[in-house]
Design a protein around this ligand. Structure first.
Ligand SMILES: [Zn+2]
Length: 143
């Protein structure tokens, strides 16, 4: 058995079962198929809207150029940020931990500083509640 969607000349749509597609052709030729609504025998198979299964709006292959552009933008921003930090902070190098503590406890002039800490020193400062931020570059790295 096969189910067809049929259209009559008057635009009615109806479904009809046939034993096979050959049977449909046979009945169609003999005009044995009638529209149940207007009884017209001028019917034809309705055009089935093709199902666009799996049609993708965009394939997920990432836009390489865009990624590179973003990366470039990020690097530029980072460079600007680095320049800003470097022109607005005093490089105290390896004395960072000591200086940070002195500033925090008011033993020296409060000023923004940058420098180096070991992981342990950084943890020590954080434990004492001294605000520090790790910069995404090494202070000894050339710009
Ligand atoms: Zn009809």
């Amino acid at each position: 058995m096969i189910l067809y969607d049929l259209n009559c000349e008057n635009g009615h749509t109806f479904e009809a079962w046939f034993a096979s597609s050959e049977q449909y052709d046979k009945q169609h030729k003999k005009k044995l198929i009638n529209c149940p609504i207007c009884n017209s025998n001028k019917v034809k198979k309705a055009l089935m809207a093709p199902k666009l299964k799996g049609a993708k709006k965009s394939n997920k292959s990432f836009d390489e150029k865009k990624v590179l552009d973003e990366n470039k933008k990020f690097k530029t921003k980072l460079k600007e940020f680095k320049q800003f930090i470097e022109s607005n902070t005093e490089d105290v190098g390896k004395n960072f931990t000591e200086e940070a503590k002195k500033i925090y406890y008011g033993e020296t002039k409060s000023r923004p500083i940058r420098g180096e800490t070991t992981k342990e020193q950084a943890e020590e400062l954080i434990e004492e509640g001294i605000p520090i931020a790790k910069l995404p570059w090494s202070s000894r790295e050339d710009a």
